[in-house]
Design a protein around this ligand. Sequence first.
Ligand code: CTP
Length: 407
Amino acid sequence: MIKRLSNKRILLGVTGGIAAYKSAEICRRLQDEGAEIRTAMTSAAQKFITPLTLQALSRNPVHLDLLDAQTESAMGHIEVARWADLILIAPASADFISRLAQGRSDDLLTAICLAADCKVVVAPSMNRSMWEKKATQNNMGEIQNRKIDILNPGEGDQACGEIGVGRLMEVGNIVNSLSEMFETHSLSGKNVVVTAGPTREAIDPIRYISNHSSGKQGYAIAEAAMEAGAAVTLISGPTNLPVPARVEIVNVGSADEMLEKTLNIIERTDIFISVAAVADFKVESPALSKIKKTGELKLSLELSKTPDILLEISKLKNGRKPFTVGFAAETENLIKNAEKKLREKDLDLIVANNVGDPTIGFDSDLNEVTVLGHELNKSFPKSSKKTLARNLIAFIAERCLESIAYG
Ligand code: CTP
C-alpha cells in the first residue's frame, strides 16, 4: 500500500479544548500514512492530555515553551518551523484562532506559526455558539486571507451537551485532507526528468573524483514534481537517500553515464531539471588495476572535460528540447555567474544557489535561492529543502505552462 504521507514532516499543534484527546489518534493515523510527527502543546492543552502521551506516540519530545533555554539551543521555534513540511493545529480553540488572527507570537505555537514558511492548517473545535459568533467568524476570515487552510468543523453532538457545528473534523477526513494538500496537480500529465547528486569519475577500479553533493535538493524536487502530478524519472549519482515513493530511479555513476541515460528518455520529457553536481573533469584514461604507490612523491592525473549534460539537452533542436531548468552552484558573484549560465546554456530558468554558505550548502537541510529567467528574478527565502522544492516546482509549472501558451 502506498503511504500517502511518507517522508512528510508534520508538526501537530494541540490547543486547549476537550477534543485535545483526539490529537493522540491524529498522531497515530498520520504515522500510519508514513508521516514523521513532532508535537507542540499550549499550556491549556496540557490540562486535557499529558505531554507524555504525545511524546510516547510521536517518539519525540513535545515542544512546550517558547523561552526554554534547552530547546532554544536545540530545536527552538524557528528550527521547528523550518523542520516541518506542514503544520496542523488540531484541535484549534477559539482563543488560539483569535491569537493567530492577531499575528501574535507570545507563546510557542503562535510563534511557530508566525515563523513558518510551510503550509499551516487549522482544524477548529469549539462549542457551536462560540463558532457562530461574529468574532470567531471574522478571525476565521482573517486567517483564511493569509492562506492558512481550514479543516471545517462538523455538525453533531458536542461534549458540552449541545448540538450544532463545532465538532473537530473526523480524524480520517483530517488525514485525507492533509494527504491531498501535498498533491497539487499543477504538473498533471507532464513527464519530468531530474538529475541529482554527485557523479563519480574513476581514477582506477577503487578510487574516484567526486564532490560533496548530498542529492537532498534534487530528491526533494523530484518528490515535489511527483506530488504535483508529474511522471518523474530521477537520474541520480551515488547518494545515501531513500528514493521518493512513485518516482522512477535510474542510478548512474559517471557524467558520461548520466548523459547517456538522460538522452535515452529526453524525447518524451516535458521538463528537464538539472540539479546534479556533475563533475566537470574526468581522468582521461582511468587505470585498469589499482594504482600502486611507487618511490615517486607525486602522481599526475591527466584530466579532460566531462560532457555538459545540461548544455547537450538545451542544444536539442526540432521541438525536442524540453522546458529546461539549470542550477548554478556558486561561491561568489552568485547572480552574475548564474545569469551567464542562463544565457550561455540557453536555459528557460536557472536557480542560483550559494553553495559557499555552510548553513545552506550541499549537506544542509536548508536552502535559499534566487530563480532567474529572461527578464525575471524571484527570490525564495531560507526554508527546508523540501518546502523550497515545492515552491520551486509550483513556480516552474507556472512558467512552463506560460511558455507553452505564448510559444
Ligand atoms: N551541469 C551539467 N553537466 C556538467 C556540468 C554542469 O549538466 N558537466 C549542469 C548542472 O547540473 C547545473 C548547471 O549545469 O544545472 C550548472 O552547473 P555548475 O556546476 O553550477 O556550473 P558549470 O556549468 O559546471 O560551471 P562552473 O563549474 O565553471 O561554475
